[in-house]
Design a protein around this ligand. Structure first.
Ligand code: PRP
Ligand code: URA
Length: 209
């Protein structure tokens, strides 16, 4: 079964509070999402393996460590996932970025796929799928399906806020995909919005309504 990690780092929790606040404007909201994505990436990359190298310091030769050449890919679910990409790339600037375009039909709440573009070496890459919201889980499940159909084998999912229903849906459909969350909320409302959540992540990031 996939593992679920809820990050309780004080900085993540503090910033998440202002992301939730309805009085936070678009500019600040975007900056905070970016910062939290960076902090979450720092935690997620804890298990990257290291290899030993030699480096010449001004004083002598040192045995030191570098990341052991793992190929990473960041995959935002369009459109709100875009808000987490730069923050993730702050720590892993050489990662490739794929895109999966999905929107949630407002009536049925079912995800509708409209765009997919992934790095060509999908099979060798470890992917982190990013989206601020995991609500019913339909979008995350479909995005991960889409990656797997194209050959991806190693996938993690990272979101700001999740509902228990979404976590359960991803765990059921993709038991191999670990889930990383900043805030695990109470429930979904009758419109499929996370309660208390933060509202519509895409609209708040891009100033649309
Ligand atoms: C939001 C959010 C997720 C999805 C979550 O996207 O960014 O992708 O809803 O809901 P689910 O877990 O019930 O599928 P939305 O469909 O509003 O599209 P947008 O990012 O283009 O605004
Ligand atoms: N998508 C959002 O942007 N917010 C929610 O609460 C649920 C789905």
């Amino acid at each position: 079964m996939a593992k679920v990690f809820v990050f309780d780092h004080p900085l993540i929790q503090h910033k998440l509070t202002f992301i939730r606040d309805k009085n936070t404007g678009t500019k600040e909201f975007r900056e905070l999402v970016d910062e939290v994505a960076t902090l979450m990436m720092f935690e997620i990359t804890r298990d990257l393996s290291l290899e030993e190298v030699e480096v010449e310091t001004p004083v002598s030769t040192a045995k030191a460590k570098v990341i052991a050449g793992k190929k990473l890919g960041i995959v935002p679910i369009l459109r709100a996932g875009i808000g987490m990409v730069d923050g993730a790339l702050n720590l892993i600037p050489t990662a490739k970025v794929g895109h999966v375009g999905l929107y949630r039909d407002p009536e049925t709440l079912q995800p509708v796929e409209y765009y997919v573009k992934l790095p060509s070496d999908v099979k060798e890459r470890e992917f982190i799928v990013v989206d601020p919201m995991l609500a019913t889980g339909g979008s995350a499940v479909a995005a991960i399906d889409s990656l797997k159909t194209r050959g991806a084998k190693n996938i993690k999912f990272m979101c700001l806020i999740a509902a228990p229903e979404g976590v359960e849906a991803v765990q059921k459909a993709h038991p191999d995909v670990d889930i990383y969350i900043a805030g695990l909320d109470e429930k979904l409302n009758e419109h499929g919005y996370i309660v208390p959540g933060l509202g519509d992540a895409g609209d708040r990031l891009f100033g649309t309504k």
